[in-house]
Design a protein around this ligand. Sequence first.
Ligand SMILES: C[S@@+](CC[C@H](N)C(=O)[O-])C[C@H]1O[C@@H](n2cnc3c(N)ncnc32)[C@H](O)[C@@H]1O
Length: 215
Amino acid sequence: MLRYFTTFDRPRPVARSGALRAVYDAAATGWQDGISKLGFLTAYAEVMAQTPAPAIDAKVLDVGTGTGAFATAWVARHGRPGTLTLTDISPAMLEAADARLDPARTVAAPLGADIPDLPPQDVVLCAHVVEHLEDPGAALRWLHDRLAPGGTLVMAISKPHWCTALVRWRWGNAAFVPEHAVSMLRAAGFRDVTAHPFSAGPPSRLSHGYVARRA
Ligand SMILES: C[S@@+](CC[C@H](N)C(=O)[O-])C[C@H]1O[C@@H](n2cnc3c(N)ncnc32)[C@H](O)[C@@H]1O
């Protein structure tokens, strides 16, 4: 039983069905407010403070952008990139992200799908998405391959905690202890992988930040 509440390394069935898109579409209106109240905007600023300064006119991709909160934290830290591409499976989420981050290119596509005309990226962002996928290792390899050599990955991934059990009940996500997430990132080919705990509130219990580099 204790193991159930501390290891959630598989997504629940909702995450494996087409229902996930509808679940996130329905949540889009209140999403930004909700994550703000829980302290995730502060947490996202914390992990962005650990990221290197980007190249001038950097190409930035945020995968599973939701309402654009993670990309907004990157922009607040580093300023407007040269290009910003936002992807998600949920059209309603993408619409909210587009309004928040205009001008940006939005693409309704799942992680792993071909994104036409996407050159190698300087920065790839991905917060709380790989834990929805059946094969997180393949997801991380796909993210790795979207980066130009030397490019930076910034992530947040859910971690096990009894609070995560409640979140998981609704959203179906898996969760990974930071040591496991770091090994998965290394196995996907990333180098200089660093893990960054969030300092306070629900993000400190539910999630963890990561920064890594493509060699
Ligand atoms: C927990 S929310 C995180 C949103 C945003 N990254 C944030 O941190 O606020 C997960 C997002 O990933 C999207 N998503 C779920 N599965 C996905 C997939 N296979 N490919 C791309 N996006 C996906 C959902 O629609 C949702 O917007």
